[in-house]
Design a protein around this ligand. Structure first.
Ligand code: AMP
Ligand code: MG
Length: 356
């Protein structure tokens, strides 16, 4: 009898606690004050880096912490660029591109981690995502400068030096090796996402209670939104209305993000014109061709690295295969805008991120 009475008392207490918590939650949500009212916001403004513009917005409890956070975020982005740019002759990736066929090249932990992740995404996407795409990127860049599409022979020659299975990583001594001469890595499809994740981690360590990092339109938000707001809202650009370089055009959709990242790949802002025909900067490694049936691919994920790599992968895979891949991945959604524009496809869970 006593046991049954104790049980009843426990149930009554639990129900009581639950009701109190539920009332508190409703009240706080109504007031929009889940976050400390005294928080402040600091915007770093746009900085030119990684061939684009980067910006960190910090939410913190005081100005000094906020300044420390924006500095830490921008330092991390510069650090990733210094390691992984293939434009900077003294970057680790440039060194790998010069020497990795002759001998294994030692790289640091961050570069190695990005290469490991790259191989994972190559396998996951059936080779649609491939950071060994460098020779094909160079070929199409030269073709654009000469205003003449590459010949079949040129495409075949470049193709022979491309393929993630030709990239050999040794996790014991953090070295990278090429199994074929004239290979070239290009981390343009993943390094921005990785830099965003590093910047967010640095801001959190430095004391931010919330923030947003934007590199070239790839964005991750976390924690407390700016004062006066109850969530982070991010505009998704309409590929039909490109606006200026910083994307200041009317958005097609506004997304609400909580501790999530978005990355967009597409041919609407970066492309080459060869004899009046538009070619995407994203290359289908299978065919060597530059182009995509999709104008814009946006991926929402917990990690900016993953979102960045997957956005490029889905651009190559196309709508049908791309949506099927993203549907399989946990906590990952896609919004695809096919050419020519306007109607969009999305994965089954994407709706919850759409504010309007
Ligand atoms: P994103 O804007 O993230 O889609 O990255 C595009 C950049 O990644 C291009 O400018 C190339 O430097 C590189 N790239 C092109 N095609 C591929 C591909 N199939 N896989 C990985 N990287 C690629
Ligand atoms: Mg990408």
């Amino acid at each position: 009898m006593a046991v049954r009475r104790n049980k009843r008392i426990t149930v009554v207490i639990l129900v009581g606690v639950f009701l109190v918590l539920a009332v508190c939650f409703v009240l706080r949500t109504k007031q929009g004050s889940l976050w400390p009212a005294a928080r402040i916001e600091l915007d770093s403004g746009y900085h030119e880096v990684m061939g684009t513009f980067a910006r960190a917005v910090v939410v913190a409890m005081d100005k000094e912490t906020a300044q420390k956070c924006t500095r830490a975020a921008l330092e991390q982005i510069e650090m990733v660029d210094d390691l992984m740019s293939d434009y900077k002759q003294d970057s680790q990736i440039s060194r790998v591109n010069r020497d990795a066929f002759k001998q294994p090249v030692k790289v640091d932990k961050d570069t190695f981690e990005v290469l490991q992740k790259s191989i994972e995404f190559s396998a996951l996407s059936g080779g649609a995502f491939d950071v060994t795409v460098g020779p094909l990127v160079d070929l199409w860049r030269c073709a654009a400068e000469a205003n003449s599409a590459p010949t079949e022979a040129e495409l075949q020659r470049a193709h022979a030096t491309v393929g993630y299975e030709k990239l050999i990583l040794d996790a014991n001594d953090l070295t990278v090796r090429f199994s074929v001469e004239a290979m070239r890595l290009d981390l343009g499809a993943i390094a921005k996402g990785y830099a965003i994740d590093k910047a967010v981690a640095a801001m959190q360590t430095a004391g931010a209670i919330g923030g947003m990092v934007d590199i070239g339109g790839d964005i991750r938000c976390f924690g407390a939104p700016p004062p006066g707001k109850d969530r982070w809202l991010i505009g998704l650009q309409d590929p039909g209305k490109t606006g200026d370089l910083l994307g200041a055009a009317e958005p097609l959709l506004v997304l609400k993000l909580t501790n999530a990242a978005i990355a967009t790949s597409g041919d609407y802002r970066r492309f080459a014109l060869i004899q009046g025909k538009k070619y995407s900067h994203i290359i289908d490694v299978g065919t060597g061709g530059a182009g995509s049936e999709l104008s814009s691919v946006t991926i929402i994920s917990g990690s900016a690295t993953d979102a960045d790599a997957l956005a490029t992968a889905v651009s190559v895979m196309g709508a049908r295969k791309g949506l099927a891949l993203i549907e399989k991945l946990p906590r990952t959604e896609a919004i695809l805008i096919p050419s020519p524009r306007h109607k969009f496809f999305k994965t089954s869970g994407a709706e919850k991120y759409i504010e309007y």
